[in-house]
Design a protein. Structure first.
Length: 133
């Protein structure tokens, strides 16, 4: 069964959560709490849209306020997502194809290819661009 995006349900979510540009640490913590809640459950298409929007807003805030002149460390992001999700290293290994490849990527010894980024994005339910250097 294919779930269909319902604009009215999405509008209700937006009204409930009122996502906006994050400008303070308190706003960032609030957005992170919502993302954490959404991360650990089966999301509707509308919730997934809100989830993606909040991740984008959080990334923008964190890039500007925590690392103004630094690019996001792709490998740290991967480790963070693995730690924060209910996913295991074994599941990640299956996504990447081999234990050796996974170890090299996690250790920062190998860059993530666009195809691997796509698979990782699907696996963690985030934008694949998070994994592109």
């Amino acid at each position: 069964m294919t779930l269909i995006f319902n604009p009215e349900k999405y509008k209700e979510l937006l009204t409930t959560y009122l996502p906006k540009i994050i400008r303070t640490e308190a706003e960032n913590k609030q957005a992170l709490a919502i993302v954490e809640d959404l991360m650990h459950r089966e999301r509707t298409p509308e919730e997934n849209e809100l989830y993606q929007l909040l991740i984008t807003l959080i990334e923008k805030f964190e890039q500007e306020y925590y690392q103004p002149d630094e690019q996001i460390n792709v490998h740290s992001m991967l480790l963070f997502l693995l730690e924060q999700s209910d996913k295991t290293r074994e599941e990640l290994e299956m996504v990447l194809g081999s234990e050796n490849l996974m170890a090299h990527i996690l250790n920062g010894q190998q860059k993530i290819t666009p195809e691997q980024a796509r698979k990782l994005g699907e696996f963690f339910h985030v934008e694949p661009s998070l994994f592109i250097e």
